[in-house]
Design a protein. Sequence first.
Length: 527
Amino acid sequence: RLLPAVTAPPRQRPAAPGPAAPLDADERDPAVPQPGVLPGRATPGERVSWFTLAGLMVVALAIRLVVTRGVWLDEAISITQAQMPWSELMESLRTNDVHPPLHHAVLWVLAQTVGTAELVMRAPSILAGVLLVPALYALGHVLWDRRAGLLAAALATVAPFLVWYAQEARMYAFFMLFATVGLLGQAWAMKGGGAKAWALYAVAAALLLWTQYFAVAFLAAQQLGFLAHIGVRSREDRREGLRVAGAWLAANAAIVLAVLPLVPLAVDQFQANEAAGRGFDQGPSRAGDIAAEQPRPDVYVVLTNLVWAALGYHSDAMLSRLTALWPLAILAALFLLGRRPTWRVHLVAVCAFVPVLIMFGAGMAKPFLFEIRYFVALAPLLLLLVARMATAWIHSGRALAVLSGGLIALLGAATVDELLNGANPRRYDFKGALAQVEERMRPGDVLVYEPSYLNNVVGYYQPDLRAAPLTEGLPERRWAPRVFFLESFVDIPLHARNAGSARAELSRDRDVVGTFSRPQVKVTVYR
């Protein structure tokens, strides 16, 4: 009879109310192994989650392989650079580019070993886009529970913005993946994950900076979360606070050491672009007349970028309607605040929106800096917050299934419209236009294009065409029986004026014998 009394754990007294609750005082998820406890055999629920996650990754891969658009302007630049010898690539980055070399190096390896086909050049982004699905699941699981993680992963599978940049041979899919993994490491470390958690945060942060310089804004937001965490820990236990502060300083020191070799390249890039009068503005960074009308970012431009992050790119008319729904977003935010969100929600919200504020401030000085691509981590974190709100507010499994299905269907429909709608201001069908030009050209004909920075796209798709930018002048009649004049980016006044002058000059001594258009591209044939 004494044995139960000896072996039973002592009853804990109720904790006295204090001025500040510890960071882990909110309800723990029993499905998440706590620090120092080895997980046992997977439960049936965990096995279902893993099978579901594997299925979502397969669906995500299938969706991202269905690319409906040709190579975009910036993609063509990356592909052209990837075909250079390594020394020439680094010199091109140093003198004519504004990005770190990680993504360029990956493309260079593929170009030198496999080739430069569209699928090959987009493969790294496709892979990063697929891996973002389990990364969001893991982040939602560590922060809250499996339900939040699975819903976030399901939304990421079909989210239009995530699909769009997973199909582009640029660094933005890397940006979203590394930012999500870095936040996973941070959340794990703040829950006491130990050295592995801090190492995951440090590695992801270093990779992020080697991918995109503007990731500094995201890392700054993460530091705010760490400082708040250290402050609360120090109030609870000074020794524990010092331990966390030491781990934080060590992780950041490792990040600095990993990024130091990048500093000379970054300085040279900045000086070269400033000397050329370009600053950090590389080509057109605007999409559609709505964004182009704003000389500096304002509230409407902020809302436009938030809509892009949540629902992808659509026609200007659709964008106007979606942006008009901003009061609903305000109501949802107020409702969320009324639910007394925990530090986990605060951490995700800070990392999602503080970079927006930082880039907004930078955009007041240089408007082209306020562009969704430079705080692209906002998109997956918005999905995570939506998943958390849905799973926290709805406890009925059937109701949650209905809501989840509705959200997935909404994002899926938005993805279909984004990929197929020719009025999407981000769709530029250079591939289709150049294919039609190639079919119709005969010996002696010439292709003239405006603006001149289409040279990489023309060289990628039709390297053997007799083609030249408008800046080199129009061909004389005796040298070109027919002229194919390709124009794009005419929403930009400079290019509209140049194209108008060229059409007027061609019409003086030639007849228009044909014209055809593709999304954002127009070709006129003169004889």
